[in-house]
Ligand binder design. Structure first.
Ligand SMILES: [Fe+2]
Ligand SMILES: [Fe+2]
Length: 247
């Protein structure tokens, strides 16, 4: 897949000091940092897969830009020991969190009029049609009966191209590892397993079906070496999610 981007729009979007990114950094600093890290990882994966790394950096930087609106609803921007969702009805919580995708689309299409529609599409698919586990898994059995599960699902398509898949996997790994590290549950001993499990889960949930075996192995290798580099330790991959496409 080729995504055409004019030089002018590309230069503007990749300028880390552009007004949109400065606003993002100011209003939602945790989300901004996460996005920078996702952009770096997407770029590294893109080099190995011989994809357009400018497009991947843009996807990483802007995928959560909608969190400029209601930043306090997202854990990465919340102060310690203060979670607004503790006081909210779970359906309302899910609504706010899921809305970051629609908000990202709204901000990008109104504030970057020349943005290629393919970039907006890839961003719209970065959580696919997954269940919002951070809220849904906290429901008790009675609540699970009471509420329609679709209220806790992202209402978008699963990624249908390699750029959207790289974004989804990088985003998922970055956010999950950050959470586990903060809870003291991730270190050099289990980081490979965590990354492999995330990719296996995305495969089982039919979110990354367009991924070939070779691409999956390369993505896993890059992620493992990137996150182990933080621990000054390089480890080999053992990629084996059950993907059927063997190209
Ligand atoms: Fe997101
Ligand atoms: Fe994200």
């Amino acid at each position: 897949m080729e995504i055409k981007l004019t030089k002018e729009t590309g230069d503007m979007l990749l300028d880390i000091e552009n007004p949109l990114l400065l606003t993002y950094k100011e209003k939602a600093p945790g989300s901004f940092k996460h996005s920078e890290e996702v952009a770096t990882v997407c770029d590294k994966i893109g080099r190995e897969l011989k994809l357009d790394t400018n497009i991947l950096r843009i996807l990483g930087l802007y995928h959560d830009i909608g969190k400029i609106w209601y930043p306090e609803y997202y854990c990465e921007n919340q102060p310690k020991n203060m979670n607004i969702h503790d006081t909210l009805n779970p359906v309302i919580s899910a609504h706010y969190i899921i809305s970051h995708i629609a908000n990202s689309i709204a901000i990008l299409t109104t504030q970057v009029p020349d943005i290629p529609i393919e970039i907006v599409r890839c961003i719209s698919m970065h959580h696919g049609n997954r269940i919002l586990k951070s809220i849904y898994n906290k429901l008790n059995d009675e609540e699970k009966q009471q509420y329609d599960i679709t209220k806790f699902k992202y209402p978008y398509n699963a990624p249908d191209n390699i750029y959207a898949i790289v974004l989804m996997v990088s985003d998922s790994v970055e956010a999950t590892l950050k959470g586990l590290r903060a809870a003291g549950k991730a270190d050099e001993n289990n980081i490979n397993e965590i990354i492999t499990n995330i990719i296996t889960d995305l495969t089982k949930e039919e979110q990354i079906e367009e991924l070939t075996y070779k691409q999956g192995r390369i993505i896993t290798e890059v992620l493992i070496s990137e996150y182990n580099a933080v621990n000054h330790k390089r480890v080999t991959t053992n990629y084996e999610p059950s993907v059927t496409n063997s190209n």
